[in-house]
Design a protein around this ligand. Structure first.
Ligand code: AMP
Length: 365
């Protein structure tokens, strides 16, 4: 089979590597001819808006999927008229707009911070008064890695947020003094079977994910997370991997957002889980039985932002699984990740500081 992927970045690259192990083929579409997925799989260079490259993808692929949620949903719908597409284009439409996303969570009874949409300064001021300060103003569309966000603590901040972001449709939500951030990742098959990964604890700096560590499968928050992700998967009749990002406050989950795709916080699963999120995504969309999501090794994933330590330095340390994406370093850019693995928790703790120091020295922020 050939899988056509909308997007040719590192997620497409790692998806292709997982597909090749199963003997499947992949073709990627991305407007950037330098896309790092193109180092490992055939890359069609073209704009999402152009019918010609989309038609080529539909001709070459038995099924279409995506690795990037800001692909225009019209592109996914254009393809869905010609070839099987998974996950469903509606998941893309919902995830692209923070308001639709929040409305879906509310409809499904999944707690989310109080929010209001705003498309004028007057509306933003009223919305700020309604949700209360401090709050976070976010663009409804095209925000990622903390971009398109402004924390507001005073009425003056509200006006400043409007100046900074008001060219776009906005959403304001309560600032959450969270204890922890976690994500839930699950794959759903065509027959409705769901394979859930353990919750992953995430830490961010400068709005960008820095580290992810899988929690125990018996974490007290796991049943709550399972109920919520199952609701979203079932509602969308989803096929493939879906991610929900949560704030943890006082032992309760508040959903922040969803990603209709494999997720950075699931990269640990390549080296640490019995079946990686990439392989389970491929299995799900190709209608193959899903694999076990069990964590096999103690592990922590460290993101390399802006720059990557040298292979010489990393290879000298035990338990380092290097994933360099072959991208040029620039500020804020995800250029790779390193997963530190060990057979015991104590060994992992002993290995981590040296790798963390190398990653910190090479990364920015
Ligand atoms: P997002 O783009 O919504 O994933 O936000 C990126 C990061 O900003 C999150 O992972 C949080 O660390 C922080 N953040 C976003 N929204 C809020 C909020 N309402 N309250 C507190 N922190 C937030």
């Amino acid at each position: 089979m050939t899988i056509s992927v909308l997007g040719g970045g590192q997620l497409g690259r790692m998806m292709a590597l997982a597909a090749y192990r199963l003997g499947e083929r992949v073709v990627l579409l991305d407007p950037n001819p330098e896309s790092c997925g193109g180092h490992v799989a055939p890359l069609v260079v073209g704009r999402w808006q152009d019918p010609a490259p989309l038609a080529e993808l539909s001709r070459r692929g038995d099924i279409v999927t995506f690795e990037f949620e800001n692909v225009p949903d019209e592109a996914a719908r254009f393809l869905a008229d010609r070839v099987a597409v998974a996950p469903p284009p509606q998941a893309l439409t919902t995830a692209q707009d923070r308001l639709l996303e929040k409305q879906l969570f509310t409809e499904l009874g999944i707690p989310t911070p109080p929010y209001r949409p705003a498309s004028s300064l007057a509306e933003l001021r009223t919305a700020a008064a309604e949700v209360g300060l401090p709050a976070v103003v976010k663009t409804r569309r095209f925000g990622y890695d903390g971009k398109g966000q402004h924390v507001v603590r005073s009425a003056d901040d509200v006006d400043a947020a409007w100046l900074a972001l008001g060219a776009a449709e906005l959403l304001i939500e309560s600032f959450v003094p969270f204890d922890q951030e976690v994500s839930a990742i699950a794959a759903r098959a065509h027959n409705g079977e769901v394979a859930r990964y353990p919750l992953v604890e995430n830490s961010h700096r400068g709005g960008i994910l820095r580290t992810s560590r899988p929690l125990s499968a018996t974490d007290p928050l796991a049943p709550q997370a399972a109920e919520y992700i199952d609701k979203v998967l079932g509602h969308l009749d989803y096929v493939g991997v879906l991610t929900l990002e949560f704030f943890v406050v006082g032992g309760q989950l508040l959903v922040n957002e969803m990603a209709p795709r494999v997720h950075n916080s699931g990269h640990y699963s390549i080296d640490g889980a019995e079946t990686s999120q990439f392989e389970n995504h491929v299995r799900a969309i190709l209608d193959l039985p899903l694999g076990s999501t069990e964590t096999m090794l103690h592990c922590v994933m460290l993101n390399c932002i802006g720059g990557m330590p040298s292979n010489a330095a990393l290879c000298a340390l035990p338990g380092t699984k290097i994933h360099a994406y072959g991208k040029r370093g620039s500020p804020g850019r995800k250029v790779g990740h390193v997963t530190v693995v060990a057979s015991t928790a104590a060994e992992l703790q002993a290995r981590l500081p040296a790798v963390q120091a190398l990653v910190d020295a090479a990364s920015d922020g």
